[in-house]
Design a protein around this ligand. Sequence first.
Ligand code: PLP
Length: 445
Amino acid sequence: MGLTATASMIRPVEASRKLQKRAELMIPGGVNSPVRAFGSVGGDPLFIVRGQGSHLWDVDENKYIDYVGSWGPLILGHAPPGVPEAVATAAKDGTSFGASTAAEADLAEIVISAFPQVEKIRFVNSGTEATMSAIRLARAYTGRKYIVKFEGCYHGHADALLVKAGSGVATLGIPGSAGVPEEFTQLTLALPFNDTDALELAFKKFSNQIACVMVEPVVGNMGCVPPLPLYLDALREITIRDGSLLIFDEVMTGFRLAFGGAQERYGVLPDLTTFGKIIGGGLPVGAYGGPSEIMNMVAPLGPVYQAGTLSGNPLAMAAGIATLRYLRSHKSTVYTGLEIRSAQLTEGVIAASAEAGVPMCCNRIGSMFTWFFTPGPVTDWTSAAKCDTQAFARFFRAMLDRGVYLPPSQFEAAFLSAAHTENDVHQTIAAAKQAFATMRVGSSS
Ligand SMILES: *Cc1c(COP(=O)(O)O)cnc(C)c1O
């Protein structure tokens, strides 16, 4: 409480607060996605007026170094050269036709070139639609009913997948969602992540009945939790053995951890892959893809129905193409730079926490990371849930007051973009040192 009062004195929030009050009258919680309301961290949700490169500006004219990156899409930073121009150019010719444009195959070609297992792809409007459709397809292809997901993984908000989910569901500390009848989730088996024995057991019990195993190959939605060595290989082996499909939900990791996503980085190929975030370059896009043999089951070629009024939208395709083309032509420098700078940042903050005596650990793969307020290690939902979320909340607010915008939840991954500079990293580490100092004062009072 004391900290919140101090916060508003050193950083103006009046304009954001006013807009939040107005929004709350008309929009549940004033937000269109729950974690934006700052419920678990306290303080006033930000109203943004502008983003440029690694920085954001809010309506109170506060400037922040941004590590949310719109929750993952903005690997090149805000309004990177070429992307807004591509969207504007497309918009001049009309915003949507409900008929095909050449841009759809252009974007398809780039994604297919980066993911060898993807021969055909279908574009949708969000990650939620992508995972939901991939599961429908897996069930149709295998003629089986059960699906496996993992505790703390988030695959969007479709009914069957809101079981022990991460992201906002974990942030709010709720087991699933009201409004999802028990019967709708009876075919969803939720298992602990990074636990091969639990998966073996499930396949023993439900032999020849599991349509697919869906996983975030590197989990981002309980905070960043990488797979243990050979865990993804085990998922591949077990699913092949049982004739079940392996679906990598690369909505967050696709084009983030490498140009070819987590599957390139770990050398394990799934049957189907779901995409979102980066492939839309900041506009609403999702996609699912895989071998032609499976994808040809989707309508109009096959019996699996899936459609979308705005799917393949020309503005969204333009943003995606501009982003992926840039990434492709600067592949080595972008991903190497992200790796080096992210390591520098996370190690610097962890060193500062050790110096301040704050028990913390960090998980990082490439430019995706989480500072967990627990000694760790964090390898699954059980260990993630041990975090001191109050300490995280104090850290979050202290950082915000010092011009650093982190994801407003302990159970979300933070992202670095190619626009983040060495100076941003130094400033962030300096802010963290100060933040840890205020936390020590706060906790002793
Ligand atoms: C963000 C995310 C989703 C959901 O995507 P939306 O576009 O928010 O519907 C699904 N899966 C993963 C792994 C995600 O990170």
